[in-house]
Design a protein around this ligand. Structure first.
Ligand code: ATP
Length: 135
């Protein structure tokens, strides 16, 4: 029997990053990872910077999608993620992420008065997350 599927949509202000039927999805919830199968109870949650893992068919290696925080809504076998930025693993520019990581680390090490520490920490988290998606 065919496995039951659910719709996964990942949207940013710039583009629709992902829109496909999937079997299982794990998202980086603010309180920890959350996994959703079809027919999950309705839910809304905030997301951390982290990886979404997408399982299309049984037992396969998951597709990784880096998300920069945001929200997830689950309703009627549809998982919708809204994030300010998201990239599939094959869309990530590794050199750009490494450069962003180095820039953020240098700012955090210097801590001169002009450095916005929270902003640098968030940039570092985004960069490390992108590198994790492609490792
Ligand atoms: P950078 O300093 O390199 O711009 P950033 O973390 O500040 O990194 P974001 O503001 O999160 O970048 O994203 C801006 C846009 O650039 C988004 O569309 C995001 O998907 C894209 N983007 C950022 N970094 C990468 C990357 N390493 N590879 C591919 N796309 C990226």
């Amino acid at each position: 029997m065919a496995e039951k599927m659910q719709r996964l949509e990942i949207v940013t202000p710039e583009r629709r990053v992902y829109s496909e039927d999937v079997r299982y999805v794990i998202v980086p919830g603010a309180e920890g990872e959350m996994g959703f199968l079809p027919d999950h109870a309705p839910l809304v949650s905030t997301l951390n910077i982290g990886l979404v893992r997408v399982y299309k068919e049984g037992g396969d290696r998951p597709l990784k999608i880096a998300v920069a925080g945001g929200f997830v809504e689950v309703k009627n076998s549809r998982v919708t993620i809204l994030s300010r930025a998201a990239e599939r693993e094959d869309q990530i520019d590794r050199a750009r992420a490494a450069a962003a990581r180095d820039r953020a680390q240098a700012r955090l090490a210097a801590r001169t008065p002009d450095v916005d520490v929270a902003r640098a920490e968030a940039a570092l988290k985004r960069a490390l997350n992108r590198l994790k998606a492609v490792e």
